[in-house]
Write a protein that binds this ligand. Structure first.
Ligand code: GLU
Length: 418
């Protein structure tokens, strides 16, 4: 038992054991690699609109500080607890190492249902959370970013709150900010674009013409919506989309630009036209060429894995597939897995570009951002594929092994202090 114990942390720990066994990492090195370096829990009191005071619990977990500052999103969701946040921080570490960023992983969050609070309450909560985190974060210590339930506006409030306490503007304290407040061009689209770019690359490898191929997207937040839009631009038909309010299906392909416009205006896909509505639980098992789970972790369990009818599984969410499901997928060679830590890494890659631009106060064109993002994704994809073939292992094991190996090498060459 640890303070992190719970289903999501167990999942990250089980995945790590698979990798550690594969790499034959000695037992006495394992805890140092897996267990988070630091974590903090804070109480965030705010004034509600009705004059009462409510207290929300907030967390931040910094997984390792071996390679530079820690990096990762802040999640506002009712599922958030310290174990989930720790697992997500660990995944960020393997992700950053895999794609070659000079960061350890971090994650934070507040246990709150953002649909149940007003915009003013959201601002109070965002500012109070950042204020509570000031002793714990910094541009060279820990750099936050958006995740589920947070967005550019929340990042702007975080940045403003930190800056007010410093007495000067510190844009490099968070990434995923609005472009008008020190954000980078291309960050908003970065995660979804990366997912779509890699999915298209795999379609080509499988000799499937992207034009006319089909895709299904679970989740229509920042990642799902931009992945759907980019796949749509590549010529794919997006036959189904779901979010927390329901699911839409159109075999001719949904009008994704119109759906995005609707979701931006109304906050969800609910009420969009009269396409066939169906049970969102069925979205993952619809037949399609590309399936993008871009919502929650652990949605593909062993049962769902056995029923998938896609050719490419492009993991936009963090941790959508359980280790039990991985065992099923290992036997289903007809499904090409692009594992989460590679597939959704475009977001943190462009966050890294944002941080670099803020530190240098030298800003890039969007084409430059995209060119460099795709270059990093291509390199990481090729390294993963080569490793999977050479060692005869799954894509997930290969991707995670590369990440874990890099963190381990950094720890071992730095040595154990004192
Ligand atoms: N929350 C995103 C992720 O899980 C982005 C993190 C970042 O940009 O730092 O990768």
């Amino acid at each position: 038992m640890t303070v992190y114990s719970g289903p999501v942390f167990e999942m990250a720990a089980n995945q790590f054991t698979v990798i550690a066994n594969h790499l034959e990492i000695p037992m006495d090195e394992r805890a140092r690699l897996l267990m988070p370096k630091r974590s903090v829990t804070v109480s965030c009191p705010i004034h509600r609109d009705d004059g009462t005071v409510a207290v929300f619990e907030g967390y931040r977990v910094q997984h390792h500080l071996t390679m530079g500052p820690t990096k990762g999103g802040t999640r506002f969701a009712p599922s958030v607890d310290i174990g989930e946040v720790a697992a997500l921080a660990i995944w960020m570490s393997w992700k950053c190492a895999l794609v070659g960023l000079p960061y350890g992983g971090a994650k934070g969050g507040v246990n709150v249902d953002v649909t149940q609070i007003s915009k003013r309450e959201l601002e109070s909560l965002s500012r109070r959370y950042m204020q509570e985190m000031i002793p714990f974060v910094g541009p060279h210590t820990d750099v936050m970013a958006p995740d589920m339930g947070t967005n550019e506006q929340v990042m702007a409030w975080f940045m403003d709150t930190y800056s007010m306490y410093q007495g000067q503007t510190v844009t490099e304290i968070v990434t995923g900010k609005p472009v008008s407040s020190g954000g980078t061009l291309g960050r908003r689209e970065a995660t979804g674009r990366g997912v779509a770019y890699l999915a298209r690359r795999v379609l080509k490898e499988l000799a499937i013409n992207p034009s006319g191929a089909t895709a299904v997207v679970q989740g229509f937040g920042n990642v799902g919506s931009y992945a759907a839009l980019e796949l749509h631009h590549y010529g794919l038909k997006i036959t189904a989309v779901s979010d927390h309010t329901g699911a839409l299906y159109d075999e001719k392909g949904l009008d994704i630009p119109a759906l995005m416009h609707h979701a931006q205006l109304h906050g969800s896909i609910a009420g969009f036209s009269n396409e066939l509505h169906f049970d969102p639980a069925e979205v993952l098992t619809l037949p399609c060429d590309v399936l993008v789970p871009a919502a929650m972790e652990r949605v593909i369990d062993a049962r769902v894995a056995g029923k998938l009818r896609c050719r490419v599984l492009a993991e936009g969410a963090n941790g959508p597939t359980t280790p039990e499901a991985d065992l099923v997928l290992d036997k289903r060679n007809e499904i090409f897995l692009i594992p989460d830590i590679l597939c959704n890494s475009g977001g943190v890659v462009v966050s890294y570009f944002e941080w670099v631009q803020d530190l240098q106060q030298l800003f890039w064109e969007e084409e430059e951002v995209m060119r460099r993002e795709y270059q990093i994704l291509d390199r990481a994809f090729e390294t993963m594929l080569k490793r999977a073939k050479a060692d005869n292992i799954s894509h997930r094991t290969a991707a995670m092994a590369i990440g874990v190996e890099k963190v381990r090498a950094a720890k071992n060459t730095r040595g154990l202090f004192p």
